[in-house]
Structure formats: C-alpha cells, structure tokens
Design a protein around this ligand. Structure first.
Ligand code: HEC
Length: 149
C-alpha cells in the first residue's frame, strides 16, 4: 500500500512532467500558419481557373482551417484580433465555388487577396504583399478536374 504522502508526491511529479511536456511541445507560430495559407491561396487560383471545383472547395477549406488554428493557437498575438476580416471574403468565395461560376470566382478571389493585404497593412506587415499567382507552387500536381472524382 502506498501512503497518502507518497501518492501526493507521485501526482506532483507527474504534474511537473506534464507541465514540462506542454512547455516544450512544438507549436506552429503565426508565420507557420501563414506559410501554409500562402500555398493553399496559390493552389486555389489554379483549381478555380481549371474549374476543378472539388479541389477549389478543398483548398478554401484548408485556408479556413488555418485561420481557425490562428484564432485558437495564437491568442497571445495582438494581430489575431484582426483575423475576422477574412471571414466574409472566404464565405463569398466559397459561394462562388459552390455555384461553379468562374467570373464570380475571379472577382471574389481578388477581394480575398485584397483582404490578405488589408490585414497585413493593419498589422504592420504591409511589406508582405500577396498577389494573384502566375504559376502553381509545385510542378507535380495536376489541376484539371478528374472524371467522377
Ligand atoms: C490577422 C490578419 C491577417 C490576415 C487576414 C492574413 N494575414 Fe498573412 N500575415 C499576418 C501577419 C501578422 C503575418 C506575420 C506573421 C509572423 O509574425 O511571422 C503574416 C504573414 C504572412 C506571410 C509571410 C509568411 C512568411 O513567414 O513568409 C504570408 C505569405 C501571408 N501572411 C499570406 C497571407 C495570405 C495569402 C492571406 C489571405 C488568404 C493572409 N496572409 C491573410 C496577418 C494576416
């Protein structure tokens, strides 16, 4: 039988180990999430231009997920307060994708991209300028819609 004191000491020891694990666990930072957003923002354009609406829907979902992660994991950064400005442009672009309307897609994509830059300006990162991409980020992905998939 363990004495009460021994048990308390064991629990304290375990808590210290948990605290240390949490403090040392790798957590992506704001910039890491943004680098992911950059790739998905780029692929999203080529998905839409190729009318690969399933891929476009996937890519916009990935952007939304990264923005949600910033809200969740970067609460300590004052810049996170501005992130909500991206919600409506993301929703409107999602609607254009659902309607499979190329003209709406292009218009809403431009508004989204302008909003990326508005937030960069508001958070004193105005030197970081996002544009409509001229080439996909990788050469090993085909953006054409696949029959039935
Ligand atoms: C909160 C408002 C906000 C919004 C909205 C936002 N960004 Fe950012 N972005 C930032 C901040 C702040 C940084 C600097 C992060 C850091 O400290 O590393 C950043 C950094 C970046 C970087 C540089 C990453 C690096 O380390 O090289 C890229 C690329 C980027 N954002 C792309 C985008 C794109 C694309 C969008 C729109 C789809 C977007 N951002 C929307 C605030 C925002």
């Amino acid at each position: 039988m363990l004495s009460c004191n021994q048990k308390n000491n064991d629990i304290k020891h375990l808590q210290t180990q948990i605290d240390s694990l949490q403090a040392n666990a790798y957590q992506p930072g704001f910039g890491d999430f943004m680098s992911g957003v950059q790739v998905h923002h780029n692929k999203l354009w080529f998905a839409g231009k190729n009318e690969n609406w399933k891929l476009a829907d996937f890519e916009i979902h990935e952007i939304k997920e990264s923005m949600d992660d910033i809200k969740k994991f970067c609460k300590d950064r004052p810049e996170t307060k501005s992130i909500g400005m991206i919600d409506v442009p993301l929703e409107n672009l999602k609607t254009a994708i659902q309607k499979q309307n190329t003209k709406d897609f292009e218009d809403q994509y431009l508004i989204l991209t302008n909003t990326c830059n508005s937030c960069h300006q508001e958070t004193k990162h105005g030197f970081n300028v996002i544009t409509v991409p001229t080439a996909p980020p990788f050469s090993n992905q085909n953006f054409k819609p696949q029959n039935g998939n």
